[in-house]
Design a binder for this molecule. Structure first.
Ligand code: UDP
Ligand code: MG
Length: 330
C-alpha cells in the first residue's frame, strides 16, 4: 500500500455491558481521533449483546457524531466474534482493535499509525506492565503464551492481546478465513507480512468488571491451543507409548514374581496403579480427540459466525463490504 492510500482509518471497539465506561471511552477516542491526520475515520462499536444501557448510550452518541457506527449483535457471541464482525464491516486502509474498558490507552493509536505509515502491516501493543490485574491472571497468561509458542508452528508474541493496528491487506486475508473457533491474534500472526510491536503500560479497567471470567478464559486458551496446533494429538501417542513401556516392565516383573518367588499373591497395589494409570491416559487421549472432533463438528454445521440485529450509522454504500449475516458471504 502506498503512502497516498494510507488515508482512512477504522477503529473497532467490542463492547459487552460497558455502560459504566463507554462514554469515557468515546470521549478519549474522539480526542485521539482529532489528532489523527487522515481523510476518513470511523469508530465501529460492536455491541456484543449487552443487557445493560450500552447500546442505548451508543445510539444516542451516534446521533451527533456521524463517525460512530454500531453493529448490534442479537445476543452475546463473545469478544473474538465481535472483533470479527468489526473487521468484516470496516472499510479503512488501517483497522485498529481496542478494548472498550480503556485498559489499552487510546493515545498509543497515534504511535501505531506512525509505524504503519513507515511500512509495517501489523503494529501490535505489547504490555510492559499490567496494572490492576491479579498475580494469577498475569502468571497464567505468561505461562499460557510460553506453552502455546512451544507447541504451535507459528510464533505468537508474548504479553500481547488484540490491541493492534492492521493494514487493509491483513484484514482482507482474515475475512477469507472462515473458521468458527477464532483466536484472532494467532490468525494475524499466521498471516505474516511485516509485524512490529509497541511497548505500553496496560492500565487498570476504567470502570466496571472483567467480562472474561475464568471459564471464558479457559475456553479462549483452549481455542488458542487446539486451533493452532495438532501436537496434542501426537501427545496421545506419546502417552500410549509410555504406558505400553511401563506395562511391559510390569509384565516382566509379574512373571518373575510368579515363577521364581512365592510372594505372588501380593501385588494388589501394583495392579491398581496400572489400571488407574492406563485409565487416566486413555481418558486424557479421548478428551484430546474430543476437542478436535468437536471443532470439526462445529465447522461442518456451517452456521454463520454471528447474527447482527442492527447496523447503525453505516452509509448506504458501506454494507457492500459487510458480510451477509445469513450466508456470511461478502
Ligand atoms: N467483550 C465482548 N464480549 C464478551 C466479553 C468481552 O465484546 O463476551 C469486550 C469487553 O467489553 C471489552 C473487551 O471485550 O471491551 C475485553 O474484555 P475485558 O476487559 O472484560 O477482558 P479483560 O481485559 O479482563 O481480559
Ligand atoms: Mg479489560
Amino acid at each position: 500500500m502506498t503512502a497516498e492510500t494510507k488515508n482512512s482509518i477504522s477503529i473497532i471497539i467490542p463492547c459487552y455491558n460497558e455502560e459504566d465506561v463507554i462514554l469515557e471511552t468515546i470521549h478519549r477516542l474522539t480526542h485521539v481521533c482529532s489528532a489523527i491526520d487522515c481523510t476518513e475515520l470511523e469508530l465501529i462499536f460492536v455491541d456484543d449483546g449487552s443487557t445493560d444501557k450500552t447500546r442505548k448510550i451508543l445510539k444516542s452518541c451516534s446521533e451527533y457524531d456521524h463517525r460512530i457506527r454500531i453493529i448490534g449483535f442479537s445476543r452475546n457471541f463473545g469478544h473474538q466474534l465481535a472483533i470479527t464482525a468489526g473487521i468484516d464491516a470496516a472499510k479503512g486502509d488501517a483497522i485498529i482493535l481496542i478494548d472498550a474498558d480503556l485498559q489499552d490507552p487510546p493515545e498509543i493509536i497515534l504511535q501505531m499509525i506512525v509505524k504503519w505509515r513507515e511500512g509495517y502491516d501489523v503494529v501490535y501493543g505489547t504490555r510492559r506492565e499490567r496494572l490492576g490485574e491479579s498475580y494469577f491472571k498475569r502468571a497464567s497468561a505468561r505461562l499460557f503464551y510460553k506453552f502455546l509458542n512451544s507447541i504451535s508452528d507459528i510464533p505468537i508474541p508474548l504479553d500481547t492481546g488484540d490491541f493492534r493496528l492492521m493494514d487493509r491487506s491483513i484484514a482482507d486475508t482474515l475475512r477469507s478465513m472462515p473458521e468458527r473457533d477464532r483466536f484472532v491474534r494467532g490468525m494475524v500472526s499466521w498471516v505474516g507480512l511485516r509485524q512490529t510491536a509497541i511497548l505500553y503500560q496496560r492500565a487498570e479497567r476504567f470502570a466496571g468488571s472483567t467480562k472474561y471470567p475464568l471459564r471464558k478464559m479457559l475456553r479462549f486458551a483452549m481455542n488458542g491451543i487446539f486451533s493452532f496446533s495438532t501436537k496434542p494429538l501426537q501427545l496421545a501417542t506419546t502417552f500410549g507409548i509410555i504406558s505400553a513401556v511401563l506395562a511391559f516392565i510390569g509384565i516382566l516383573y509379574a512373571l518373575f514374581m510368579r515363577l521364581f518367588t512365592d510372594i505372588w499373591v501380593e501385588g494388589w497395589t501394583a495392579i491398581m496403579l496400572a489400571i488407574l494409570f492406563i485409565g487416566g491416559v486413555q481418558l486424557i487421549s479421548i478428551g484430546i480427540l474430543g476437542e478436535y472432533i468437536g471443532r470439526i463438528y462445529n465447522e461442518s454445521k456451517q452456521r454463520p459466525l454471528y447474527v447482527v440485529q442492527e447496523y447503525i450509522g453505516f452509509h448506504k454504500d458501506m454494507p457492500a463490504t459487510i458480510r451477509d449475516p445469513i450466508s456470511q458471504k461478502p
